[in-house]
Design a protein around this ligand. Sequence first.
Ligand code: 5GP
Length: 190
Amino acid sequence: MEILKERIIKDGVAIGTEILKVDSFLNHQIDVVLLSQIGAEFARIFANCGVTKILTIEASGIPIACFAAVHFGNVPVVFAKKAAPSTMTEEFYGAEVKSFTKGTVSVARISKKYLSPEDRVLIVDDFLAHGEAAFGLASLVKQAGAQLVGVGAVIEKQFQGGGKKLTEAGVRVESLAVIKSIKDGNIEFA
Ligand code: 5GP
């Protein structure tokens, strides 16, 4: 997605060789025009897949999933919670997810009420790095007996291998911007 790559070049900040900071349009301040275009692109790529639900993980995946959902004909968005709130009194599906940026391990949880075997689920997230979040979310889909249509990442850091692992596991992965390397502050796309 050319407009996204241009924005990453313009506003993205490389932190060392592993992390890309895109707080000005995706992770802190949100450019809603760009997000709507991103949502439309996911809808174009995954058209005719019969998506009934979009699944993501809090926090940064939520706006992406919501904008995408509108372009999929207003399907519901379900987001996994990283901590068990006292309001989550019902039964839930859970999967351990290691956070690459925070170095913590949490259990991603969704209530059993919001995914069912009839669902065809698209997972979306802001970044695909080592694939921890995507594999965790895929596990929740599996536990519910639902069908995983694919994983849509806004930015994939190819050099961290998550996309390859998911593809090898039989998951369709579609990333809107794929980064090959980050070196000396330069972002190289695949
Ligand atoms: P993974 O689980 O694939 O290893 O990492 C993806 C998750 O970690 C995403 O949910 C994202 O929030 C976070 N993440 C991974 N790499 C980056 C990065 O370079 N920049 C930012 N802002 N978040 C990242």
